[in-house]
Design a protein around this ligand. Structure first.
Ligand code: ZN
Length: 132
């Protein structure tokens, strides 16, 4: 397994980690198989979204914030970050990406994003590869 860290910049932040995941796959010299990306946190997740136009990531954060506002008098979690836990769960904590010829097999416009919902913080990303 390869682990790397990502520093997030704001409370809600999407960071394109595609190149870092590719670097992790290259480090272990996987040629053909599956790469799993796992985020070991409860207020940060991972997703694949368009990375050609940065406004898409911005809109994702806007919509998630509308769906799950930071403040709501009905929240019961005493830590005060219920919205972050819910958004994290909506995005999920892992991905599986096919690898062929040592390269992530992503669509032309797909990028892998770490999703921060209670930052800024330093987040860990774990990449595991399985030969197939
Ligand atoms: Zn909490």
């Amino acid at each position: 397994m390869v682990e790397f860290e990502v520093k997030t910049r704001e409370r809600d932040d999407l960071r394109d980690i595609t190149a870092l995941v590719q670097q992790a796959v290259s480090t272990v010299c996987l040629q053909d198989g599956v790469c799993t990306v796992f985020i070991p946190h409860t207020t940060a997740g991972v997703t694949i979204v368009e990375n050609a136009d940065p406004s898409v990531a911005k809109d994702m954060l806007f919509i998630l914030d509308r769906m799950v506002p930071w403040d709501d008098p009905n929240y019961t979690h005493t830590e005060g970050n219920s919205a972050a836990h819910v958004k994290c769960s909506l995005m999920g904590c892992s991905l599986s990406i096919p690898v062929r010829g040592g390269q992530l097999v992503l669509g032309t416009w797909q990028g892998v994003y770490l999703c921060e919902f209670d930052g800024p913080r330093t987040r860990r990303v774990q990449v595991q590869v399985i030969n197939a």
